[in-house]
Write a protein that binds this ligand. Structure first.
Ligand SMILES: Cc1ncc(COP(=O)(O)O)c(C=O)c1O
Length: 361
């Protein structure tokens, strides 16, 4: 049997049907309906956040957060999923790249400081908590305060993660989540923005509804980025069981780490942060060895994938870069291994055995 890289969490049909029946009965299918309200409140309570706005995907979450915070230029990470950068460029935001920390693959505060000392003109810092591993949020806050910049965290991978006892989503002016089917928690397509400040939340709520104000008058031009009631039903169904799912995935993640730590490099996890088991990245510098491992896994029917590659400063090479050597190195060698709610510890051991054999050979 194939060991898949990822498998979406399947909603329990009995529970889902009861939520869907509520939608059918109410006849309220979208536009901030009762299930939307329930999911918002339950996510705020579960994640330990306020001012959470559900949106239709994680890409629009970044775009709407930027609009609400009036961001026209940003300095960002080259090592992330393409949407972190493409969402900015699509919106005409002047975007530049600053390098990552080679130890954890996240935007490096020291390099950010060097970049901003050369050019202070950017409105904001856009950083990703790559693979759910929190950025050095303290270091980035210090730099943001030093240069008076806004901060948006792309937290698409960081659902449920805490730093020093509090949600990672509470750092920065806004954090964005993706609820795409491949994510730990999902609504098939969907996402959320968590704002530090209620005023920005209110602005964004208007923006995702075409810019229509609460009194019906037209404000700044908006977009349609609302999450509908049927998708909220999926979210509510999955949220009931998300805690054991996250625990299970974290257990599998820890097993991978134990088995592989003597054989391959891995990103260093934030010392004060919890884990969520969203991804299992390993780093293999030697290209030929990496290729051999991918082939050996494939021959055992085990999926693996190289992401994130290419480094986004290379993909978008017309944008300014302050030098992204570490990102080039990491994006060349990173490989993600199967990790989802439906694999077993023995699946993990099968994967790690294949890798160990190749490395020892
Ligand atoms: C880091 C990151 N940012 C943004 C996104 C975009 O989210 P969505 O697919 O919900 O638009 C994703 C994943 O899809 C992601 O992994």
């Amino acid at each position: 049997m194939m060991i898949a890289l990822n498998k979406p969490l399947t909603p329990d049909l009995v529970k889902l049907t009861s939520y869907l029946a509520q939608v059918n009965e109410s006849g309220w299918y979208t536009n901030f309906g009762p299930l939307h309200e329930q999911l918002t409140k339950r996510l705020e309570a579960y994640l330990g956040v306020e001012n959470l706005l559900l949106v239709s995907n994680g890409t629009l979450a970044i775009q709407v957060a930027c609009k609400a915070l009036n961001i026209n230029s940003a300095i960002t990470t080259p090592f992330s999923f393409v949407a972190t950068t493409s969402s900015l460029l699509w919106q005409g935001i002047d975007t530049a790249f600053s390098d990552i920390d080679v130890s954890n693959y996240n935007l490096c505060p020291k390099k950010l400081d060097e970049a901003l000392s050369q050019d202070e003109s950017y409105d904001a810092i856009v950083a990703t908590h790559v693979y759910g591993n929190p950025c050095d949020v303290k270091g980035i806050t210090d730099i943001a305060n030093k240069y008076n910049k806004k901060v948006i965290y792309d937290a698409a991978h960081a659902f449920g993660v805490k730093v020093d006892g509090q949600s990672v989503l509470n750092f920065g002016d806004a954090s964005t989540l993706s609820f795409h089917a491949t994510k730990l928690f999902h609504t098939v397509e969907g996402g959320a923005i968590i704002f530090k400040n209620k005023t920005n939340f209110e602005i964004a709520k208007q923006l995702i509804n075409f810019g229509i104000q609460s009194d019906g008058a037209l404000g700044s031009p908006g977009i349609n980025a609302k999450l509908n009631e049927y998708q909220c039903a999926i979210g509510l169904t999955l949220l009931d069981d998300i805690e054991p799912v996250m625990k299970r995935r974290t257990l599998l993640f820890n097993l991978y780490v134990e088995e592989l730590k003597a054989y391959v490099e891995m990103p260093k996890w934030h010392e004060l942060a919890t884990k969520n088991g969203a991804y299992m990245p390993i780093f293999i510098k030697d290209e030929k060895l990496q290729e051999k491992i991918i082939e050996a896994l494939a021959s055992e029917n085990i999926q693996s994938r190289r992401y994130f590659t290419p480094s986004l400063d290379i993909a978008y090479n017309k944008q300014k870069s302050f030098g992204c050597e570490s990102s080039h190195c990491i994006s060349g060698g990173v490989l993600c291994l199967p990790l989802h709610a439906y694999i077993t510890p023995s699946d993990v051991l099968k994967v790690t055995d294949v890798i160990k054999k190749i490395i020892q050979s």
